[in-house]
Design a protein around this ligand. Structure first.
Ligand SMILES: Cc1cc2nc3c(=O)[nH]c(=O)nc-3n(C[C@H](O)[C@H](O)[C@H](O)COP(=O)(O)OP(=O)(O)OC[C@H]3O[C@@H](n4cnc5c(N)ncnc54)[C@H](O)[C@@H]3O)c2cc1C
Length: 269
């Protein structure tokens, strides 16, 4: 996804990050999604001083904010400086690295860095396809499709995966879409994709995972449900890994009885 601010030419992509031959001492990651979460932990655990500049109010906006809050305890333990509501405004090259300047609700801030990584998202590379000439409608950088994954403006065109404006941008979703499209092209429009129950994981340590609706989404749909959440560092699976940030939150079909929630608390060592 192109970022536009002065000094943007100094940032590297997440692909380049994985090709580095040595680890810079001070790293700034722009963005707060899956890639920023995974790479910031990777770099911090390998010894770098890491700052995350995230425009939104918290990291990993696709996950339940309560669970993300629990995970942030781990980020703090690792020494990762997560700054939310911080939008990068410019990057200047200095004598010994870069000065990354950000604006946001917290006011102006500046972070020094040896490396600045673009972790603010990807978008499909549609430009070269010249879709306008084929009358293929695009909306917000993705192909505009009907329920059969067929272009709304050119019925000869179908799209799957990240290029489609439906479904989450995940590998299993793109292969699921591919099967739907193959059927629809070969046999006529018969299949619609089904994204219910697509699980998602950010491979932090501990990993954070979700499936189904979270509390906010369930509330937005007006559903009746109970919330059960618990911080479980004493479970065998947590103790086996010596992991004290451990827990779950479940929004399930409403049964009689109150919600049961426990706030995050540190377990005794
Ligand atoms: C760092 C990173 C980590 C990720 N981790 C996960 C994860 O853990 N789990 C998960 O489910 N998803 C993950 N994803 C997302 C996942 O990679 C994508 O959702 C998935 O690859 C989308 O598949 P796709 O087939 O739609 O597109 P792509 O895999 O991007 O494939 C598109 C292909 O089209 C080619 N192409 C582009 N333009 C043209 C052209 N003009 N002509 C011919 N070929 C062209 C490209 O070179 C590319 O090979 C991650 C993504 C990134 C960047």
């Amino acid at each position: 996804m192109p970022l536009r601010f002065p000094g943007v030419e100094h940032i590297i992509t997440s692909d380049r990050f994985l090709e580095l031959e040595s680890l810079p001492r001070r790293i700034v990651l722009i963005g707060g999604g899956y890639i920023a979460a995974e790479f910031s932990q990777l770099a911090a655990r390998a010894g770098a001083e890491v700052t995350v500049l995230q425009r939104a109010g918290h990291m990993l906006p696709h996950f339940d904010p309560d669970l993300v809050g629990w995970l942030m305890v781990k980020f703090t333990e690792l020494g990762i400086d997560v700054r939310t509501q911080a939008t990068v405004a410019r990057i200047e090259q200095t004598a010994n690295g870069f000065l990354v300047q950000a604006d946001g609700a917290g006011g102006k801030q500046a972070v020094t860095a040896d490396l600045v990584v673009h972790a603010a998202g990807r978008e499909p590379d549609l430009e070269e396809l010249d879709l306008a000439t084929g009358h293929v409608a695009v909306s917000k950088g993705r192909l505009e499709l009907n329920e059969y994954l067929q272009s709304v403006s050119n019925p000869r065109v179908y799209a799957a995966g990240d290029a489609a404006n439906v479904g989450p941008p995940l590998t299993p979703v793109s292969s699921h879409d591919g099967k739907v499209i193959a059927t629809n092209i070969l046999e006529g429009n018969l299949q619609k994709p089904d994204y219910r129950g697509v699980p998602s994981v950010a491979f932090t340590v501990p990993p954070i995972a979700a499936v189904g609706l979270n509390e906010i989404q369930a509330r937005a749909q007006g559903l009746k449900f109970n919330v059960k959440s618990e911080n479980t560092p004493n479970w065998f699976t947590a103790r086996r890994l010596a992991e004290r940030v451990y827990g779950y939150k479940n929004t399930g079909r409403r049964r009689n009885g109150p919600d049961t929630r426990s706030a995050y608390r540190r377990s005794p060592r």
